[in-house]
Design a protein around this ligand. Structure first.
Ligand code: CFM
Length: 545
């Protein structure tokens, strides 16, 4: 029996599902039917299976990005002191340059290469005769001008097609220049989405950087924050209250991060995972090699932030830390509650839809719940079944040819540096209090019954969803923003925050409450009419109409 609330929607979700599928040719409809699911939470958080991490059908206008984007942009992009060279045509480098709002705070005298765009600018002749020579020259030139600690090389589609060996170039140049240089086989087509790029990035950072420096940050409670990318300054807010609690963040993967942070990541005592989709690989590998356990946290939402802080304190099991964490929560919450009181009369009962990436469609539901708003439909662009249904389904996930394409590193305990982080006594305490490691329950078990779960939503389906349900706010990205707003519904960008933020932690929750309350009470989008809607100059019908 499910004890989940059942949402009453103005359109029966099964009807909406059939409506969306009706337009497709039978083969496409069969495939999409497995990716459009009505939520039903059974005992032990069991939910229906969602087909995900599968290829987008050609012709469909997907929200997804490419493997190169996931590797170069998402994981390595926010690290300020590594020179990131895109080996490929200039478009790949140029269009991935500073388009994500991952902020960084460079200390006096520190290096920040994030504002530069490094590319080998491949030409037709390089495609015909090979681009390795040009790549070597680019690495050398970047080294001579900037003298960075490390250089990373990212492969774009043509590099894989013509067979340039970026790893051989990296090895040779590393020897020649004496700094750490490593390459990524993250050609855009390498996987079905940017998700493959995350995995490739995790592998190479683990292989080439983690463990290079044995001195990490000093502190009583030292953690790494994994899967936090400092969009709109989120990491700065997390740093603020962590510091107040006396918790030291040794390395962040990779918001506001540096090469040295990655290199010394193996010295921390706990890995906290924010975005499970993009970073669980490196957490798993650090656990096997160095003995660092990992837990899932979420600092999106004030209550969720408090819960995650308590979880970290519980791990260390230190009374002083637990008390300090309670003090900090007590200090932070009054301001949050005051704003919540202001916005609740506006937001209560309003509806939201979230279609974002591989973790935010889940995390941001906590903020909406705090505002007493209902999430009526949600989905990821590129997450896997474990992000929807929870890690309990991991053993049952079939590895298809596309996933087999991505290397799985064989990792073994480090003979010298493996160190178990907790005692047998701690273990007893964990068992007694039900403290869970390596646990992510996924998005669906936390959602109401009858909500629509849609993987890899496309433009056609987004339009239909909005027409059918008219949510009070639609959360997605820049590709969706204007088409949805033209339909009269406000759209909140949850990738870039529409130039706003931070939205993480306590202060972030306040920012979010205010921004959303403004958006859901404005009527402006429903009043705006395009010129051709007011006075059509041309009228036509489609052949099938
Ligand atoms: Fe993780 Fe991200 Fe996300 Fe992601 Fe992204 Fe992003 Fe995202 Mo855009 S790493 S999965 S690949 S939380 S860039 S910071 S907002 S799609 S939901």
């Amino acid at each position: 029996m499910s004890n989940k609330e059942e949402l009453t929607l103005q359109v029966d979700p099964e009807k909406a599902r059939q409506d969306m599928l009706a337009k497709y040719p039978p083969k496409v409809a069969r495939k999409r039917a497995k990716q459009i699911v009505i939520n039903e939470v059974a005992e032990e958080g069991m939910v229906p299976e969602v087909s995900s991490n599968v290829r987008t059908i050609p012709g469909i206008i997907t929200m997804r990005g490419c493997t190169y984007a996931g590797c170069k942009g998402v994981i390595l992009g926010p690290t300020r002191d590594i020179v990131n060279i895109t080996h490929g045509p200039i478009g790949c480098g140029f269009y991935s340059w500073l388009t994500r709002r991952n902020q960084t705070a460079t200390p006096e005298g520190g290096e920040n290469f994030m504002t530069y765009c490094f590319s080998t600018d491949m030409q037709e002749s390089d495609i015909v005769f090979g681009g390795e020579k040009k790549l070597r020259a680019a690495v050398k030139e970047a080294y001579e001008i900037f003298h960075p600690k490390a250089i990373a090389i990212f492969s774009t589609c043509p590099v894989g097609l013509i067979g340039d060996d970026v790893h051989a170039v990296a090895r040779d140049m590393k020897e020649e220049l004496g700094i750490n240089i490593f390459g990524f086989s993250c050609e855009g087509y390498k996987g079905v989405s940017q998700s493959a790029g995350h995995h490739i990035a995790n592998n190479q950072v683990f292989k080439h950087v983690v463990g290079q420096k044995d001195e990490g940050k000093k502190g009583k409670y030292v953690i790494n924050m994994l899967g936090e990318y400092n969009i709109g300054g989120d990491a700065f807010e997390i740093d603020r209250f962590m510091e107040k609690c006396g918790i030291t963040i040794n390395a962040t993967f990779s918001g506001n991060s540096t090469y040295d942070q990655f290199a010394s990541a193996h010295t921390a005592d706990l890995n906290c995972i924010m975005c499970h989709r993009s970073i669980n690989y490196v957490a798993e590998m650090m656990e096997v090699k160095y003995g660092i356990p990992w837990i899932k946290v979420n600092f999106i939402g004030a209550k969720s932030s408090a819960k995650s802080l308590r979880k970290i304190a519980q791990y260390f099991g230190d009374k002083a830390l637990m008390e300090r964490v309670e003090e900090v929560i007590a200090e932070e919450m009054p301001a949050v509650e005051q704003v919540l009181e202001e916005v609740l009369p506006i937001t209560r009962g309003k509806t939201a839809m979230l279609f974002v990436g591989g973790s935010r469609a889940h995390h941001y539901q906590d903020l909406f719940a705090e505002m007493d708003m209902k999430t009526i439909s949600a989905g990821y662009e590129f997450a896997h079944r474990d992000d929807y249904e929870g890690r309990k389904v991991l053993p049952g996930i079939k590895v298809d040819a596309d996933s087999r394409n991505i290397e799985e590193l064989v990792v073994e305990p480090d003979p010298e540096r493996y160190r178990k982080r907790y005692t047998a006594e701690d273990e007893k305490r964990f068992a007694e209090t039900g403290f869970k490691f390596k646990d992510y329950e996924g998005m669906m078990p936390e959602m109401s019954n009858k909500t629509l779960i849609i993987d890899d939503l496309n433009q056609y389906e987004a339009d239909r969803l909005v027409e059918l349900y008219k949510p009070d706010v639609f959360c997605a990205g820049i590709k969706e923003k204007y088409s949805i707003q033209k339909m009269g519904i406000p759209l909140k960008q949850l990738h870039s925050y529409d130039y706003g933020g931070p939205y993480a932690g306590f202060k972030g929750a306040i920012n979010f409450y205010r921004d959303i309350s403004r958006m859901v009470q404005t009527k402006i989008w429903s009043k705006v009419k395009a010129p051709w809607q007011k006075k059509p100059e041309l009228a036509a019908t489609y052949a099938w109409e």
